[in-house]
Design a binder for this molecule. Structure first.
Ligand code: ATP
Length: 588
């Protein structure tokens, strides 16, 4: 396929406000793709990448170097490029404007050529790297038409603006290769195990027919180096309910740090975060421990990293631990605030996937695998079948400064990507009215009057995630209670995410002054969840009219920014919100 054809599809995807239309356009695009190599590349490009999102491959060109490349390619001043960029607020539009007229309107560069050049730029290193990257990129720009230029320029800047979620891509893959988008569920299991859409698409394209495709997809197994989607916790109100529902359980402390999935193959180590980003370089001490303290050639472990004083047995608060999520001065900070990782699961060992192995067996294997309980510490297991004992353990956890307990169903499988009653969390605040926080996604600004207008916002329109439909639905407006620093921080974080039309994956009855591409996750505490005719979370709509009310937050307030460790699809789901609403209803 020519890159120009792909770029024209990107234009159509960018312009639509409807998710169904996104699936239709993607399906037409995939119908045109005949080779497994090409579909893999296109899947990554649609995500604005040249590799799966978890691979630490960056093109490594920021706005100024892109401006240099445009200046070389079109013989204009770099300053002129930057002025245009400032005026239009988007380098893609600036580049298109500069190229228009100066350039032929058709180009014949293939998707593969563009993909290969971008990969070559990403792999360029050593002396004169910046100049080499600029030359490679400007040579590419010279060969492209202006629509292709608009999109290709956005890729290094991670700002492709297509706003397509992975489930939407899977809908289109299923429609084209399995005959119906409803068959997406066949792809989801493989996605939960490998997180790699390019690999899934390649597997489908390599199969001779839909039946062989499903078969090959089901055989796609866990791979060291590719993150597995984390198993997550459901909520129950108290210890009594837990024992009633789950019987005998394995209760573990709930460590309050950040989730780490540690992969090891020989001396190669990868560490992935809660949202499956590659964070390996941030944790030198965990890398060392994974090399030395594990009795296995290859392994995947699941755990929680936090700052812990082994002598006084003190867990440091999350605010301390979080100082380790940084890009600079890593060695120095690691020295001052060394991390431990409490390992609570093993998902793969020496060639064998363990997701279907019962929990107790996995725990046994885990104990045999961690040979030195020092930096990698084994999470304690407590087999409990009595509500009072579970309550005692929760009290003990809270006294120790921990967040609560995680209770696991005896002998359950590891269900990658699932949030169900195999794992349940009990926190200090759970008993009582609504005290668990809700992770919301910013969807827009509503302009305000007075002091706030200086920041261009009076309230934030926020939403939650509808996992089934892969859309974001509104749940609240948040205005009061935000400090000036928080407003400033929100403005900074949302730079480049402003849109003049509703993003295709947002369903809203409220029209904000400015839409935001769903990206920024904030943790919100509210007094209560209420029914609301104006919010779309959980609402039933017919032709944009509310047939059944949605759900909303009463007295919402910002607790923290979570965009470091959560992607928008990790926000609270509509299902969780409704469960929390029903739980709270029982109390009052
Ligand atoms: P979630 O990660 O479920 O979306 P969250 O970020 O609010 O939500 P919680 O639901 O409060 O986190 O807790 C789940 C998290 O607890 C896990 O993702 C994991 O990082 C952490 N955790 C700590 N200790 C354990 C444990 N022993 N077993 C499983 N998870 C644990």
């Amino acid at each position: 396929m020519q890159f120009q054809t792909l770029a024209e599809y990107f234009d159509r995807l960018e312009a639509t406000s409807s998710r169904l239309e996104l699936i239709r356009i993607l399906s037409t695009l995939f119908h045109e793709v005949h080779s497994a190599d090409e579909v893999e590349e296109i899947c990554y490009l649609v995500q604005g990448r040249i590799a799966p999102f978890f691979a630490p491959i960056e093109i490594g060109m920021a706005e100024k170097t892109i401006a240099d490349a445009l200046s070389h390619a079109f013989a204009i001043d770099r300053e002129e490029v930057l002025i245009e960029f400032d005026r239009l607020g988007d380098m893609g539009l600036a580049a298109q404007k500069i190229a228009k007229g100066k350039h032929k309107e058709t180009s014949s560069v293939s998707v593969k050529e563009v993909f290969d050049i971008l990969t070559e730029i990403a792999n360029t290193s050593g002396n004169g790297t910046v100049e080499k990257k600029i030359t490679l990129f400007s040579d590419l720009l010279k060969k492209l038409d202006s629509v292709s230029i608009k999109h290709v320029v956005r890729i290094p800047l991670s700002n492709l603006r297509l706003g397509i979620g992975d489930p939407t891509i899977m809908d289109a893959l299923a429609a084209v290769k399995l005959g119906d988008k409803k068959l997406r569920s066949y792809l989801e299991g493989a996605y939960n195990r490998t997180s790699d859409l390019g690999l899934i698409a390649r597997t489908l394209w390599e199969a001779k027919n839909p039946v062989a495709g499903v078969d090959a997809i089901e055989k796609l197994s866990v791979q060291v180096g590719k993150p597995i989607r984390s198993e997550l916790c459901e909520r129950l109100p108290d210890a009594k309910k837990v024992i009633e529902k789950m019987g005998e359980v394995d209760a573990q402390y709930k460590y309050d740090g950040f989730r780490v999935q540690i992969h090891k193959k020989g001396n190669d180590i990868w560490i992935f975060s809660r949202n499956l980003e590659n964070m390996t370089h941030m944790f030198p001490e965990l890398i060392e421990a994974a090399k030395q303290d594990i009795d296995a050639k290859s392994v995947i472990l699941d755990g929680e990293a936090l700052a812990y004083n082994a002598v006084s047995e003190e867990f440091l608060p999350f605010q301390e631990t979080t100082k380790r999520r940084r890009k600079h001065n890593i060695a120095e900070v690691a020295e001052k605030l060394p991390l431990r990782a409490f390992i609570f699961d093993i998902l793969y060992k020496d060639g064998k996937q363990l997701l279907d192995t019962p929990l107790q067996e996995r725990q046994k294997m885990l104990k045999e695998t961690i040979i030195k309980d020092d930096t990698l510490l084994l999470a304690e297991n407590n087999l409990i079948d009595d509500a009072q004992k579970l309550q005692n353990m929760l009290d003990d956890a809270i006294t120790k400064g921990l967040e609560g307990v995680v209770i696991k169903k005896m002998n359950s499988k590891y269900e990658a990507g699932a949030r169900n009653f195999n794992w349940v969390k009990l926190k200090r605040h759970n008993a009582g009215e609504l005290k668990d926080t809700i992770d919301c996604v910013l969807l827009g600004y509503v302009s305000g009057k007075g002091k706030r207008t200086a920041f261009g916002a009076g309230a934030l329109l926020v939403g939650v995630y509808d996992k089934k439909e892969d859309v974001f639905v509104t749940v609240s407006k948040i205005g009061t209670g935000l400090t000036d620093e928080e407003w400033t921080s929100i403005r900074e974080r949302s730079k480049g995410l402003e849109r003049d039309h509703k993003p295709a994956r947002v369903i809203s009855l409220i029209q904000p002054s400015v839409w935001l591409e769903p990206k920024i996750v904030i943790e919100v505490l509210a007094d209560e969840i209420t029914r609301s005719p104006i919010h779309t979370a959980g609402a039933v709509l017919e032709e944009n009219k509310v047939v059944e009310s949605g759900y909303a937050l009463r007295f919402p307030r910002l607790v923290s920014f979570r965009d470091n460790d959560k992607s928008p699809e990790d926000a609270t789901t509509v299902k969780e919100l409704i469960d929390m609403y029903q739980e709270q209803g029982k109390k009052s």
